[in-house]
Design a protein. Sequence first.
Length: 47
Amino acid sequence: IGADLAIRHYVVYTTQLVEEFGHIVAWEKEDLVEPGKPNAAGWLLPE
């Protein structure tokens, strides 16, 4: 079980979550995207 399992159970960002962990940009390294380029799964994500 991943160390971040508790974080993944949050459905929305809460003030407590942001205060504890900061602003989360991506859950996984592969989730980081560059504007105009597809992510690891091949999806173009909205900005």
